[in-house]
Design a protein around this ligand. Structure first.
Ligand code: SF4
Length: 351
């Protein structure tokens, strides 16, 4: 087992420690681990147990994160370490996020960056499990990645403390923040074991304050998590606090892990959610996990011209100027970074 002292914790009386990395803020007795199982108190010092141990590495198109307004067409080196601070019953990465054993193979920050260069990636994505709980590994990798010109992206449940956001922000270029069920607090409690959703909104405000590019996803779960009122409230919050140009991805649910009897989200439900997001004033709503649906595309919010046509993670038609303007009405489209026309169209796993 590799021990590496944790970031963002405070020593308490009786050799207890308090972790301030994620919003659970666990108080951990000597010899015990936090809720995520990957941070352990040894003799009054908190250690991270998953430092430098990757459970997965892959080359992904950036559209898989999903990021639609950030370095379009880029390919990213995706990595993950074991553990999670949520207990989502539908998790599609449950083998690594919920495993009680801390698995993974040694893969140092330098290895990650070297592999990213060898595979012609433009950035690194910390994904599949929750990057907040492998912050030390992500932080060291992100810092190194910046030194050699790669961008960094977190795909996160957003349940991080403002302190954690401040720590990673200087090296974090983009965050995909994943909601479920329109942020319904009851759904989070019963399905993901999350006591309070408020910290996610606080973390988002902090990310915005630190100028990190943000895209929001929301998993639309049939019956228990498909309330259009909740989706409207979420879209309105995004517009008010993050801005009307924030991309909002409405994702189709697929049965997995312990929730195999809930069927996939009907397309009509997703289409209604898409309309609700647009009516709430968001300029860029997207549908995800529905390859070939027109909701995957980017349209000009001013003249409705089709600007970027997609099939799943692949860009199949590009209709913007070099300066990211609509060719019909010249509207400026908020896309960060350049077009990378030669990036991967399909993900492939390295291990
Ligand atoms: S990262 Fe979160 S779940 Fe893990 S020990 Fe710290 S506060 Fe607890």
């Amino acid at each position: 087992m590799t021990l590496h002292e944790a970031m963002l914790y405070k020593k308490q009386n009786d050799k207890k420690v308090k972790c301030h990395l994620c919003a659970r803020r666990c108080l951990i007795s000597e010899g015990a681990t936090g809720f995520c199982l990957v941070r352990k108190n040894e003799g009054g010092t908190l250690f991270t147990l998953n430092y430098g141990k990757a459970v997965s590495a892959a080359v992904d198109p950036i559209g898989k994160k999903p990021l639609s307004h950030f370095h379009p067409g880029a390919q990213v080196m995706s990595i993950a370490a074991a553990g999670c601070n949520f207990r989502c019953q539908f998790c599609d990465n449950w083998m690594v996020s919920q495993d009680k054993e801390i698995s993974g193979k040694p893969f140092s920050s330098a290895d990650v960056v070297k592999m990213a260069r060898e595979r012609n990636c433009q950035g690194i994505s910390y994904t599949y499990t929750e990057p907040t709980i492998y912050m030390e590994y992500a932080y060291d990798t992100a810092k190194l990645a910046h030194q050699v010109g790669f961008f960094n992206n977190f795909v996160t449940n957003g349940y991080m403390t403002p302190e954690a956001v401040k720590v990673i922000a200087p090296y974090l270029d983009a965050a995909t923040v994943d909601f479920k069920a329109g942020g319904d607090p009851d759904f989070y409690k019963s399905v993901s074991a999350v006591p309070d959703v408020t910290p996610i909104y606080e973390a988002l405000k902090e990310l915005k304050l630190n100028d990190v590019h943000i895209e929001i996803t929301n998993l639309v779960v049939p019956k228990t998590g498909d309330s259009l009122d909740k989706i409207r409230d979420m879209a309105t919050w995004i517009k008010n606090y993050l801005g009307k140009d924030t991309p909002f991805h409405l994702l189709r649910y697929h049965p997995d892990y312990k929730m195999t009897t809930v069927p996939a989200t009907p397309i009509e439900t997703l289409e209604k959610a898409y309309m609700v997001a647009k009516e709430a004033g968001l300029n860029y709503a997207y549908l995800g996990n529905v390859p070939g649906h027109p909701g995957e595309n980017t349209y000009c919010p001013n003249c409705n011209e089709l600007l970027i046509k997609r099939y799943s993670f692949e860009i199949t038609r590009w209709n913007l100027t070099k300066g990211m303007q609509c060719r019909v009405c010249n509207s400026q489209i908020p896309i960060k970074g350049n077009l990378h026309p030669t990036g991967a169209s399909f993900p492939y796993a390295l291990f």
